[in-house]
Design a protein around this ligand. Sequence first.
Ligand code: FMN
Length: 201
Amino acid sequence: MGLRLAIIYGSVRTDRQGIRAARFILNTCAARGHTVSLIDPLQFPLPLLDKMFKEYDPGQAPEQLQRVADLIIPADAYIIVSGEYNHTIPPALVNTLDHFLEEYFRKPSGIVCYSAGAFGGVRAAMTLRAMLAELGMSSIPSIFPLPQIQNRFHEDGTPIDASLNEKAREFLEELEWYGYALKRARSESSPRSECSAQALV
Ligand SMILES: Cc1cc2nc3c(=O)[nH]c(=O)nc-3n(C[C@H](O)[C@H](O)[C@H](O)COP(=O)(O)O)c2cc1C
């Protein structure tokens, strides 16, 4: 049985390139038997953060926020597709992520990072890794960097170089291990406390 996966992508630029990487991951996850959704801020436009999802009474969240929550809450794992803007995380991605917290807890994440240059967005990925840990969805050890994103994919997400399929397989196998392990752990025991480190500092 597959996992429920949510891909979270974070560019709204007219000429955005990373959407192709997001489609590649989406298609690859689906082919591996997972139920996968793509949270694209153009399709799910959230305002700059006012209230987090948890701050609304049940059923009172704005429709767009509820639609994103309906994908975030049941997910077993998250794949974050992040570009690199000025060596850090694109603002639309941060804004989407910040609308939730407890909804992510005790689930793993994987980072797919990219950039136009040679480094594949790894500087943003290191900052993102710290943020994901704070959000309670610690990232798996491997990351999946994609340098020269503009030359990597066709519009529909098909890779130009088929060797990316093998790299994606290795990356997703690792995420799946954590995804299934934590899913089992969540079903077997509830944590002693709902406190996060955030609540303690
Ligand atoms: C505001 C901005 C800042 C950028 N900063 C970096 C950067 O620090 N490092 C880098 O490698 N590329 C940088 N780039 C180039 C991006 O890697 C490239 O434009 C990429 O396609 C952006 O992702 P997107 O097309 O999905 O929005 C930047 C691009 C923008 C628009």
